[in-house]
Design a protein around this ligand. Structure first.
Ligand code: PMP
Length: 330
């Protein structure tokens, strides 16, 4: 019989898929690492599993304990799945810019969710960082994974995403492009790829315009899951050779193209990473292999990026991007 013991054993080993239609301006091969094939639908299942197992081993998380984490959704889903299978309770704290779709998913997996305002400083008592700290203090048996400083976040990528990419490309990968949120993906995957290739692989971060990684001050942007207004410990500043800033508009227009032209219904940070990857790929030759990591699925953004009205409200559909809608007089 062929079966898995539980959904946990399906984490990782995601496919690499060539981009064929958005890549007209390059001779290089551009491959997407499609992380929505993880059981929770995002790259964050990888870090959830490793952070929980490490906490069990260190004794920080004990049987019957509660996991408390500030998360924009994807890390929560990964933690919720691993936690329910292992018998832990989950309480998540989210900023209010996160789609209601994402919050409902967390609740569907049995987690509790507390929503906090986005428009306050990280030091403010109502910021999602501070609310989660308070919940940890007040809940007996609570453990906070803290994906922003937990070394097992980048380590999960060092031990899974990095080796997978090296094997899948048979060592031919020349460039790795990933969006930067906590920095775990780029730091862990990038460190592995640099070590195994003896420094040959170039690592490129993709960042929303205004975020600190590309030289901004943390000005608000709408793309979710990436960009920061502080420097997390999970981000190793020595790994990325370059960080490319991408606007919300370019990110979302590319996200819609990926669904229509490549059959990839993915999230906004994926469109952002692909814009950066295509910038990097421009001028590269036929022997170059650019891998871009796509963190999650587009299902959580149907009422935003894939909704013409929402896109129009922000002016994101200008310059020929707008499609006629049912009911429009043509
Ligand atoms: N995209 C999305 C949708 C995410 O949820 C995250 C994680 N915050 C990222 C990209 C960035 O990944 P990382 O935290 O590893 O830098």
């Amino acid at each position: 019989m062929h079966f898995h013991d539980s959904m946990i054993s399906l984490v990782g080993n995601t496919p690499l898929v060539r981009l064929n239609h958005v890549t007209t301006s390059t001779q290089a091969t551009v491959l997407a690492k499609v992380e929505y094939f993880n059981p929770g639908g995002s790259v964050k299942d990888r870090i959830a599993l490793r952070m929980i197992e490490a906490a069990e081993q260190s004794g920080a998380l004990r049987p019957g304990g509660t996991i408390v984490e500030p998360t924009s959704g994807n890390t929560g889903v990964g933690l919720a799945i691993v936690a329910q299978q292992k018998g832990y309770r989950c309480v998540f704290v989210c900023p209010d810019k996160v789609s209601l779709d994402k919050i409902n998913v967390l609740r569907a997996y049995g987690a509790e969710v507390v929503v906090c305002p986005t428009a306050v400083d990280p030091e403010h008592p109502d910021s999602y960082y501070n609310v989660s700290d308070r919940l940890v203090r007040e809940t007996p048996g609570a453990w906070k994974p803290n994906q922003y400083s937990n070394p097992h976040n980048p380590l999960s990528h060092y031990h899974s995403t990095g080796p997978e990419l090296w094997q899948q490309t048979e060592g031919r990968i020349t460039h790795f492009v990933a969006g930067v949120g906590t920095g775990g993906t780029i730091s862990g995957t990038g460190r592995y790829l640099k070590e195994v290739s003896e420094g040959r692989v170039r690592v490129i971060g993709a960042d929303p315009e205004g975020s600190v990684y590309s030289g901004g001050s943390g000005r608000p942007y709408l793309v979710e899951g990436v960009g920061e207004d502080f420097w997390p410990e999970a981000y190793d500043r020595t790994i990325a050779d370059e960080v490319v800033a991408v606007s919300d508009k370019d990110s979302f227009q590319m996200t819609r193209r990926l669904a229509r032209e490549e059959g990839l219904l993915v999230g906004g940070s994926c469109g952002m990473a692909v814009v950066a990857a295509l910038k990097v790929a421009q001028g590269l030759g036929p022997d170059d292999v650019v891998v871009v990591l796509l963190p999650d699925s587009g299902r959580g953004y149907l009422s935003k990026i894939f909704n013409d009205e929402w896109m129009n409200d922000y002016g994101f559909l200008e310059e020929g991007g707008e499609q006629p809608r049912v009911g429009d007089v043509l």
